[in-house]
Design a protein around this ligand. Structure first.
Ligand code: GLC
Length: 533
């Protein structure tokens, strides 16, 4: 057993283990940037193990680990050369098993990243498939003859720019890659591909993992006729293809071979109705689908509420919405919403009717500035979201030894934005996330209650959440001005502020006429009557 320090407060009460993904708070770790225990400037699994007390102190129910598989790292792990092992940069299978068992012993579940749309061009399937046109694995990938002019078969574009086709000289055909040329797309029309990926899932489920986050799950099916995309819709060839749901149902059936496992999809689409199709009938496709329209509509209550309300209206009965503001692909939300949003956004995210994912570093208010040009590495320009986690004030923010160059530079705000400093400051962002997660874990209304809007303006969002006789008020003021709110239509009795982005307001009793300070948010609950207190 790892000998851990006691620097963090011990575990707060978490939610019911069986309801970990329905009612718990989940947390994304980008392993390259969490904690480097080996001293090579890159985070690793042993580093995560050494920080389990910290994870536990957040009150989270599970983590999603971005890919740790062997990879040439052209897309930092999303180009997988072996689905059944661990890249030596991160550790090995036995370190992985130790991580899993130590997380489980702290009541924290582990979700792996499943990348079924493409492999690395160094994966043995692609090496075999490209060895000859008659290779038994040829049909694992999508090949096409050159177009009439000898160029690519059509106008499809890759997500990182350029054509989605690369010519393979030795066999005289092009192969499809929705991302980098080093990430050839798998051919889901071939049932052997589904079988192979389902075996990958079983390999990890058998080891005890609790679920998968499924990379670009909405892109698995492509137009088999290879028609050109219209100029205004470069993704037409992957959108609205009904076959994709057959593939997702196969993935779900695999998860359902095991008890209590969960699939959350990277449904990176901006149309809510389309996104919700990936829940299937509520029991046969994804358990959760990241609500990208919500994350990307801007720090505007009217837009957000509209998307939330449409989600609640359209989601199949019994299914759970799923929210996040940041991940390893998006500029961190303080960059998109403004830094004044950091604390109110925490209260909002953790008060929504759905499963929230917190992206590592968000809980200390990391802002994710883009590193200097000469240090940029990512083909998709996402380096700012991936800078090393800030643990303390020492050089390299305690992420790696002071004399080692971290793989990406540490953000220059690390002396004030870090765990060590925030740990002892009750008004810090970290303290707020902990209080808010702890409160949520104990609140039936926040975990599973209904949602009713009370007042929505561009910069003001007031709503209630209610489960049986447990009811809370949530008020978020996104503007630089105070907002007056009359609560008399909703609450007959005064309320007590349970959690606020302004710590000094916590515990105060508020009447029906309240004023929400600028750029702040609060959760309040009715004051217990004399008789019941
Ligand atoms: C997803 C991942 C992203 C990766 C891409 C290709 O969008 O989140 O990081 O680059 O898929 O795998």
């Amino acid at each position: 057993m790892q000998n851990r320090s006691n620097e963090y407060r011990m575990s707060r009460p978490q939610t019911e283990p069986d309801l970990w993904w329905q009612e718990g708070v989940l947390y994304q770790i980008y392993p390259r940037s969490f904690f480097d225990s080996s001293g090579d400037g890159v985070g690793d699994l042993a580093g995560i193990i050494s920080k389990i007390d910290y994870l536990s102190s957040l009150g989270i129910s599970g983590i999603w680990l971005s890919p740790i598989y062997p990879s040439p790292m052209k897309d930092f792990g999303y180009d997988i050369s072996d689905y059944l092992d661990v890249d030596p940069t991160f550790g090995d299978l036995s370190t992985f098993d130790r991580l899993l068992s130590e997380l489980h012993s702290c009541g924290i579940k582990l979700i792996m990243d499943l990348v079924p749309n493409h492999t690395s061009d160094r994966h043995e399937w692609f090496i075999e498939a490209s060895s000859s046109i008659t290779s038994p694995k040829r049909n694992f990938y999508i090949w096409a003859d050159p177009g009439p002019d000898g160029g690519p078969p059509n106008n499809w574009k890759a997500s990182f720019g350029g054509s989605a086709w690369t010519y393979h000289e030795p066999t005289g055909q092009y192969y499809l890659h929705s991302f980098l040329p080093e990430q050839p797309d798998l051919n889901w029309r071939n049932p052997e591909v589904a079988d192979a990926i389902r075996d990958v899932m079983r390999f990890w489920f058998d080891r005890g993992v609790d679920g998968f986050r499924i990379d670009v799950v909405h892109m698995l099916a492509k137009d088999p006729e290879l028609k050109d995309d219209p100029p205004d819709n470069p993704f037409a060839h992957v959108l609205s293809r009904p076959e994709v749901h057959d593939y997702v149902r196969l993935l779900r059936a695999t998860a359902d071979e095991y008890e209590g496992r969960m699939l959350v999809g990277e449904t990176f689409v901006l149309d809510v109705d389309y996104l919700l199709e990936f829940y299937g009938n509520g029991a046969d496709e994804l358990h959760l689908a990241f609500n990208f329209p919500f994350a990307l509509c801007g720090w505007n209550a009217r837009y957000m509420a509209k998307i939330l309300e449409r989600t609640l209206e359209k989601i199949p009965a019994g299914a759970r919405p799923c929210f996040m503001f940041s991940n390893h692909d998006l500029p961190r939300h303080p960059r998109r919403f403004g830094e004044a949003s950091i604390k109110p956004a925490a209260v909002l995210l953790l008060s929504l009717p759905g499963t929230p994912f917190v992206y590592m570093g968000e809980e200390i208010g990391m802002t994710g500035k883009t590193p200097p040009k000469e240090r940029l590495l990512d083909p998709g320009g996402r380096d700012g979201a991936r800078t090393p986690f800030q643990w303390n004030r020492s050089p390299n923010a305690g992420f790696c030894p002071p004399d080692i160059e971290p793989w990406l530079p540490v953000s220059d705000d690390y002396e004030s934005v870090n765990v060590e400093v925030e740990e002892t400051d009750p008004s810090s962002t970290l303290s707020l996330y902990r209080r808010m997660i702890s409160y949520r874990n104990g609140s039936a209304a926040l975990k599973r209650g209904s949602y009713s809007p009370l007042r929505i303006e561009d910069k003001l969002w007031v709503f209630t959440r209610k489960a049986d006789d447990d009811e809370v008020l949530v008020a978020v003021n996104m503007s630089d001005e105070p907002a007056d709110v009359d609560l008399s239509s909703a609450f007959a009795n005064p309320l007590r502020v349970a959690v606020s982005s302004l710590r000094e307001l916590e515990g105060s009793v508020i009447s029906q006429d309240i004023q929400i300070p600028p750029n702040s948010a609060l959760v309040a609950e009715p004051v217990a009557s004399e008789a019941s207190s």
